[in-house]
Design a protein around this ligand. Structure first.
Ligand code: GDG
Length: 477
């Protein structure tokens, strides 16, 4: 069997034996630890001097190959083009897009350099699976270095509508680079449609309709490749087990003791402006405002570990949230009750799962999200006999699958407040039937299915064919 090589910007910290906050790390690590293979990417170190050296470490079935970045590369490739240009644009925040041509050059330069570091580690039959928006030019760079292996790409974040993508000045170069892969994977059908729409209307390409559930065939920029939606999943039964085991732990016992008999609304997100946290806090405020009976009867816990804290947009959202939680608590708190517990810190996976299980409502309302694993983890962690209710943004990829959730528009403050009230009052029979429906879906499309479907299609896709157009006829060479 071919060896699987995973390439992602950041390799999950090896010393922790498993990934921390961040959906890509969670999904990729879960997929790789079963099949074995190599995980290649940035170590997380930023070097102020010297030349980064690759470090290769075997851990059970997985080889971790990591390398540091020099400060300039970190600034241009990671903080700059990846996170100040692509991240906001792909999350439909054109207002937050910052663009610097030098950052884009740095982004391409680092992709080329990383690809060159990987080449000596490759074997001819390796299958290479590249992840996420930091590495869009990676296949092009590998091809330029003579690599003939199959190369696939999975985008963990949304693929924006053409009119939004056009806000990124080198949009054409980006889509052309994507076309150097053999297979492109998106989280949802709407993301795939946005990509195809760009290909047809902005790049003069063509799309063949998919046949028998096979990936769509794309002809663009002189190449033929394949594309499909592969919604990422979780291992629901493992999470359920983790939640059960964590229930008797100290953090959950302490939480229950301080709640007394109040109901609990839970949210967990990296502190990111795409997650809709400010609107979410305001909707909880609206619930307390319009339903005095809920006051002192419900607590909202928001865990929001820091992320990209050296960027202005992230410092801004942190200040805004601190302001909002302080204001709302000042308005409604009583001597024995704090309505919002806002915690800017990371917790262990087991503690999160157990808190999900102890809560009555999972409150997951991103403004845009590729998938949102927290929504899937929340459902997985529930007690089947007494499950909580998921309130979920329609703009999370997960909303395409989780039909048993109460679906909300994350900018509709009144609508979200009403959904919270409905969730808090939902009868047991309805909660159970919604839970069962969602759990069946999560079991059917777990992380292994996600990985296996992508790998099956990548194996079948074959290396990129260069297509020459002559007198209207496509000739593959
Ligand atoms: C990207 C896409 C897509 C969070 N806080 C802690 C913690 N987490 C874990 C969660 C979850 C993961 O991090 C977050 O995943 P999400 O999917 O919710 O969001 P992103 O980080 O933005 O992930 C997203 C995902 O990639 C996968 O494709 O779904 O749309 O944006 O697993 O539980 N984990 C621990 N402590 C925390 O405090 N241990």
């Amino acid at each position: 069997m071919s060896r699987l090589i995973i390439v992602s910007n950041r390799v999950a910290p090896i010393s922790e034996g498993g990934p921390a906050a961040g959906g890509l790390a969670v999904g990729v690590y879960d997929a790789l630890k079963e099949t074995g293979g190599m995980w290649f990417g940035w170590s997380g170190d930023v070097l102020s001097s010297g030349q980064p050296q690759i470090s290769v470490e075997e851990r059970g079935p997985v080889t971790f190959a990591t390398i540091g970045l020099v400060r300039r590369d970190y600034d241009q490739y990671y903080r700059g083009f990846s996170n100040a240009t692509l991240w906001p644009a792909f999350h439909y925040r054109a207002d937050l897009v910052q663009y610097d041509r030098h950052d884009f050059e740095g982004y391409c330069r680092v992709n080329t350099w990383l690809a060159q570091q990987l080449v000596p580690l490759l074997r001819p039959d390796d299958v290479i699976w590249v992840h996420d928006y930091h590495l869009i030019p990676f296949a092009k760079a590998l091809r330029a270095a003579g690599v003939k292996n199959r190369i696939g790409f999975f985008l963990h974040i949304p693929f924006p509508a053409s009119q939004v993508l056009l806000a990124v000045p080198p949009h054409r170069e980006l889509v052309e680079s994507l076309c150097s892969f053999d297979l492109l994977g998106f989280q949802t059908e709407p993301d795939l449609r946005s990509f195809c729409d760009y290909v047809v209307h902005e790049a003069n390409g063509t799309i063949d309709a998919p046949v028998n559930g096979r990936p769509t065939t794309v002809h663009a920029f002189g190449r033929t490749l394949h594309a499909a939606a592969y919604p990422i999943g979780v291992y629901p039964d493992e999470i359920a087990e983790l939640a059960r085991a964590g229930e008797s732990g100290k953090p959950v016992r302490t939480m229950r003791a301080t709640l007394h008999s109040r109901k609990l609304i839970m949210s967990v997100d990296r502190l990111d402006y795409s997650k809709g946290l400010v609107e979410r806090f305001r909707a909880f405020e609206r619930l307390l405002e319009h339903s005095p009976a809920q006051r002192n009867k419900v607590s909202f816990v928001q865990i929001a570990p820091p992320t990209r804290a050296d960027m202005h947009a992230y410092q801004d959202i942190r200040l805004q949230l601190e302001g909002e939680s302080g204001r709302i608590n000042g308005r409604f708190a009583e001597l024995d009750w704090t309505p919002i517990r806002y915690i800017h810190r990371q917790y262990e996976r087991q503690v999160l799962a157990a808190l999900f299980r102890a809560s009555h409502v999972g409150y997951v309302t991103p403004l845009r999200d590729g998938m949102n694993l927290v929504a899937k983890e929340y459902v997985s962690a529930q007690d089947p006999d007494d499950p909580g209710v998921l309130v979920l943004s329609r703009f999370a990829g997960a909303a395409q699958e989780l039909n048993g959730a109460l679906i909300v528009n994350p900018v509709d403050i009144d609508g979200m407040a009403e959904a919270l009230a409905t969730a808090l009052a939902m009868p047991l029979v309805e909660r159970q039937s919604r839970y069962r429906e969602m759990m069946a879906q999560l079991r059917e499309n777990n992380v292994s299915v996600w990985r296996d479907n992508f790998m099956r299609d990548l194996q079948a896709a074959g290396p990129v064919q260069r297509v020459r157009k002559r007198a209207g006829v496509s000739l593959a060479d």
